[in-house]
Design a protein around this ligand. Sequence first.
Ligand SMILES: Nc1nc2c(c(=O)[nH]1)N[C@H]1C(S)=C(S)[C@@H](COP(=O)(O)OP(=O)(O)OC[C@H]3O[C@@H](n4cnc5c(N)ncnc54)[C@H](O)[C@@H]3O)O[C@H]1N2
Ligand code: MOO
Length: 415
Amino acid sequence: MTRKVFLSNRPWQEAREEFLATLRAEGYLTELPVEEIEVTAALGRVTAAPVYAAVSSPHYPAAAMDGIAVRAEATFTAGEGNPLELALGHEAVTVDTGDPVPEGFDAVIMIEEVTFEDKGVAVIRRPAVPGQNIRPVGENIKAGELLVPAGHVLTPFDLGGLLSAGVTRVAVRPRPRVAILPTGTELVPPNPNPAPGQILESNGTMLAGLVTLWGGEPQVYPITPDDYRLLKERLLEAVAASDLVLINAGSSAGREDYTAGLVAEVGRVLTHGVATKPGKPVILGMVEGKPVIGVPGYPVSAALCAELFARPLIYYRQGLEPPRREQVRAVLGRKIYSPLGREEFIRVRLEKEGDRLVAHPTSRGAATIMALARADGIVVVPRLAEGFAAGQEVTVYLLRPLEDLAEEAYGSREE
Ligand SMILES: Nc1nc2c(c(=O)[nH]1)N[C@H]1C(S)=C(S)[C@@H](COP(=O)(O)OP(=O)(O)OC[C@H]3O[C@@H](n4cnc5c(N)ncnc54)[C@H](O)[C@@H]3O)O[C@H]1N2
Ligand code: MOO
């Protein structure tokens, strides 16, 4: 096999657009699958069709209070000075909250307003108004009413509403199954005593976490060594069993970086290399109508590529628009130099100084996962800019809510 050394340097937006357009053309993002599941297990799932009420709620006129059901017109004469006696079981019927109001009765008087002087006789001192303390049929939901539209993320309230309307099963978008393949002969399961050269496999779990946050169902495969035949077997197995495959590492130009060649052999490579930092050697490909992303090995590169390329797919595949990251404006704590020609994603910590926010760039190494873990946001230096001056106002894409900003600064602020 020839060793492919040169990667393309396309703007990532263009590469992503082409990837999405290819997936749309193949029906992957337009003919979305559907599954029917129990409403009780549907929290956070996306409806595949509008859901209508099977039954009204309540489906019978229901007492809204504990008391007695009466015929309102038979109570008009009751007054403080004119107690009215009603024969129980005939002129009045005791009911509890939620009970059906018996046929022919049209009001409920709260038990606190009733005295029972004689066994079998209820005494009232105020007339009842028709409909009082009765929840009519359909007060909450009317049979046939639209409960939720298609493409709606089901909340706990929705689930309560669906069940109250007699809906027990619901058609939803399946959670996209995402196969994550950690590859590399140097990788070992995490342990506290790695030998020199061994790399603790951590990206699988990190990527699985991101996939879960975005609504997907991750499956992390066992570590595959850099063996072309094994990688090919694993890739084909993963493609058959999932909706999206993330092959982690082997994306670059090293002697055992097989991913691009492999995807090209069994499918097609749309992009190998984008003009970002980190994340440059990403591979976007298609195998048997499924997207395959070659995610670079360095943890921060892996996280960024997942964000830029896997996140939109996982959302669109569920029939959702990927939510926009919240943005704030901040001033830079120091100058950033960034090479021309690559869009750089710089992790920053934010600090409140009076009424302004100051963004402090953290470590820029693609291997420094804790810098990402501790970052509050990302500042993007455009491809055709060489950086920003200290004190310049920039946009920060938030990685966590502003109110969660850590009080104390931890970790290094140096590059
Ligand atoms: N001559 C060149 N060398 C490199 C280039 C280049 O263009 N020319 N690109 C660099 C860039 S940028 C990146 S990013 C990396 C990407 O490399 P690969 O995707 O081929 O990944 P590996 O070389 O196999 O691994 C790199 C590094 O990543 C860590 N790693 C890998 N897998 C895991 C895992 N599952 N869990 C945790 N960490 C992992 C590991 O530290 C590796 O050392 O290539 C540059 N080189
Ligand atoms: O672009 Mo690599 O992805 O520098 O880290």
